[in-house]
Design a protein around this ligand. Structure first.
Ligand SMILES: [Zn+2]
Length: 94
């Protein structure tokens, strides 16, 4: 599974009533309320890859891809998520 937008900047902060958020080439993930930040990262990458898709379509794709992913693929996606300098978003969202 390849994501062209996987180079997006990732920030971490609290997001009210959501686990992740993205815009253009930025992804924000709430690590405190989130039990599966790697899956949330996958979800947000899908939004970046397919900006015109509805939330329902993204959720369906996320479920389908996550189900098929091997432990190694999940590990590598997690490595991609966390192999970066920690950057906190300036404000909490929402
Ligand atoms: Zn979404």
């Amino acid at each position: 599974m390849k994501f062209k937008k996987a180079k997006a900047s990732v920030f971490f902060c609290h997001i009210h009533l959501a686990m992740g958020w993205c815009s253009k080439d930025q992804v924000i993930i709430d690590l405190k309320t989130n039990t599966n930040p790697i899956r949330t990262y996958l979800h947000e990458l899908l939004h970046l890859e397919h900006p015109t898709w509805s939330e329902t379509r993204i959720l369906k794709a996320e479920r389908r891809i996550w189900k098929k992913m091997t432990h190694e693929e999940i590990f590598l996606l997690g490595k991609r998520l966390f192999s970066r300098k920690f950057e906190r978003w300036e404000d909490d969202i929402g």
